[in-house]
Each structure stands twice: as C-alpha cells, then as structure tokens.
Write a protein of this length. Structure first.
Length: 382
C-alpha cells in the first residue's frame, strides 16, 4: 500500500497553488474579495521576546480562558473517548448549557463553529441572487463576504457620525422587500449600540425581513435583544465564545432565533461541524462564569486607566466602547502603528473605514496588562 506521493509526480497535475484558476469560481463568488487577514500573529511569534508583546489587533481576550477549560479538554482527550468518533451531533450537551446561559430553549438555538459559521449559515439559507440586504457601516466585514457570495445586493448605510447609531438611515433604507438587515451591537469597530427595544420594533415593522443581530461582544456590554426571539419570528441573534470567554482558537459560537427560523436554518446546518474538543471546552467555560465576570471587571477598570492616560494627550481622540476595545483617532495613523509595533504593541488599522479616518482599534485587557501597556507606549502618544 503506497499512500505517500511519488516524488516524480510532484509538480504534475498540481490542481491548485499555481495562481491560475483553471476552473472558474461560481459567478456569485467572482465579486467577492477575500477577507483582509492582516494579523500580528506571525510578527509576534517571530519576536525574540514574544511573551511580552501585546496582541491587541483582533479583539481577542488577552488572558487564558478559565483553567477549567484546559482541565476539561485534558481530561476528555486523556480519557481516550471518541477522537475517532464524530462529535456529539448538534453539540447537544453544549446546547443545553447555552440554553441555561441564555434562558432560551434548545429548540431556539444552534451551536456553530464560531459565529462566523452562524453568519454564513444565515446567508446560505436565507439569501439568494439580488436580495436586498441593508448593512449599516462601518462594521464587521466578514458578514458582507457571506452575503455577497450569495449574489445579494448590499445597501450600506452610514450616519453623519460613525460613532452614533444611524437608526433613521437604517429605517430609510428598509423596504417591505428587504430580505435581511445586519446589525452588530455593540458594533465592531465603533462600539455603537442598537437599543434592543428599537431592534424588536424594526422586526415588527418589517415582518418580511430577517433581522440579524450580531452580539459578539454581548458579555462586555450586557445589553441584549436575545429575549425577543421568543416574541418576534424574524430575529436571529449570533454570539461567540471567541471574545469574552477567550476561546477564539476553539471556534465556537451559537445563534438564537424563533423555532421556525431555527428549522429553516436546520436545512443546511451541519450537526457535526463543531469539533468535539471545542464542545467540551466551551461547556467548561460556561461552568465558570465567576471567571468570566472577573475578566469583565478587569476590562472595565482598564478602560478607566486608558481614559486617564489619554486625558492629557492632545494629539489623540479616544473613544471607549462598551466592548473590549477602544478606538484612537491620531494625527498620523501609519506612523503611530509603526511606532507601536516597534514596541511590540499590535493594534488594528481601521482608518480606511467610512467615517474612521485616522482611527485605529485596540483591544483592552486586564489592569496589570494595561498599566504595563501604557508605560510601554508613553512616548508614542505625547
Ligand atoms: C469577532 C467577531 C465575530 C467572529 O466571531 P467568531 O465566533 O470567532 O467567528 C463575529 N462578529 C463580530 C462583530 C466580531 O467582532
């Protein structure tokens, strides 16, 4: 039995990687450009002192998840159970834990591989060519890739300020034919919040439109529309374990919606898509909410340290968001990011987003980390 490739055949019949697409992608995908994957990960891993770098560019949690996560995963792997088996279908045990956490019924929930997979599932199930989709911008870009790949017609709307919720502009763009509207609350990267009561009213006013409420940062803001999924039938809320729970590497999220929406999504939902280790880890994180609460308190306290620090720095306009990141508007964004990078501090350039000229986004961590960070960047911001 020869499973290894014959080296003589190397280079022949290569299939991909040559840079030439021999088989054209589907027409709806031709208009899609890949997600901007600028990340500091490689730079940090290559740095000799990588442990002291600050990875603040992807809104990740800045500390390890609850120790119970590691313990539960270790125990599960060492028990010799089921790596050769498919994971629990529908993440049934984790789904029950999410039901407890959200106060919903498991029939109103689907567990997904990160909330990205939830957003993609929503687009695949509910969007088709030329569907009208309303998206207030600037916002999380990945959704737009999923929507465009379905051939949907995206109408982006923008208020006078990127940092105020543009409720009238959204209402102005909606029609009875609008298929879907995508709202992120608190929004990434602006921190804008859409009041849950307003979102529920939008659902009632536009019963033909699916309202997608992305609550990736819910735990930080503690404001949610999830309770309305029992009341209106056209709301879907997505959430994630990647941010407040510190499990970005495991890829777990979930969505909540009225039972008919969940049934619709069930047509394409892959019940074995969340891997077994991720299911075990996320369930363990939900068993240690004290750990979550203490991290949330750290982030809030750090925001005060950041406010104090920037109060006296004239060249910087600071926006503290209800999520785990702040936005800084600086005079020269490229050189600021460069100077931060030289000090091992990695942030995200958001200056090309509408209404965010000169802006960069920076994650917020614990007080100890923040004190160390602010000492490190003291001479960058004068
Ligand atoms: C980070 C982020 C996501 C992605 O979350 P995953 O669960 O890691 O896929 C989704 N939406 C928003 C607004 C985000 O900022």
């Amino acid at each position: 039995m020869v499973l290894k490739r014959n080296p003589k055949e190397e280079g022949r019949n290569d299939g991909g990687g040559s840079g030439h697409e021999t088989i054209a992608v589907a027409p709806s995908v031709r208009v899609v450009t890949p997600y901007d994957t600028v990340t500091s990960q490689a730079a940090i891993e290559a740095a000799p002192d990588h442990r002291t770098c600050f990875k603040l560019d992807w809104n990740e949690c800045t500390v390890d998840p609850s120790p119970r996560v590691r313990e539960a995963i270790r125990e599960w792997v060492c028990s010799g159970r089921g790596l050769n088996w498919y994971p629990r279908l529908g993440s049934s045990r984790l789904a029950r834990a999410v039901a407890d956490y959200t106060g919903l019924d498991t029939t109103q929930l689907l567990v997904t591989s990160g909330s990205d997979a939830a957003l993609r599932l929503i687009c695949s199930t509910y969007l088709d060519g030329d569907d009208h989709v309303v998206v207030p911008v600037p916002t999380y870009h990945h959704f737009m890739i999923f929507a465009r790949s379905r051939g949907a017609r995206l109408e982006t709307v923008c208020g006078a300020s990127a940092f105020e919720p543009c409720l009238e502009a959204i209402e102005g763009a909606m029609t009875s034919q609008t298929r879907l509207v995508y709202l992120v609350s608190p929004n990434n990267p602006t921190g804008v919040i859409y009041p849950p009561e307003w979102v529920a009213q939008l659902c009632r006013d536009y019963p033909n439109s699916l309202v997608v409420l992305d609550e990736a940062y819910y735990e930080f803001a503690r404001m949610t529309g999830i309770g309305f999924v029992g009341e209106v039938t056209n709301l879907v809320v997505t959430r994630t374990f990647s941010k407040a729970f510190g499990l970005a590497g495991l890829r777990v999220g979930y969505l909540a919606g009225a039972t008919p929406v969940i049934e619709g999504l069930g047509r394409l939902y892959n019940p074995k898509s969340v891997n077994a280790v991720a299911q075990v880890g996320a369930a363990a994180a939900l068993e240690d909410l004290d750990y979550l609460v203490s991290f949330l308190a750290e982030v809030e306290a750090s925001k005060d340290l950041i406010r104090d620090f920037f109060a006296s720095r004239d060249g910087v306009e600071l926006r503290v968001t209800p999520a785990n990141f702040v936005v800084l508007r600086v005079e020269d964004v490229a050189s600021t990011i460069d100077e931060l990078g030289q000090r091992g501090v990695y942030v995200r350039d958001r200056s090309h987003y509408p209404g965010m000229e000169g802006c960069l986004r920076m994650s917020v961590g614990t007080r100890t980390q923040t004190r160390r960070l602010l000492r490190r960047v003291d001479d960058v911001f004068r």
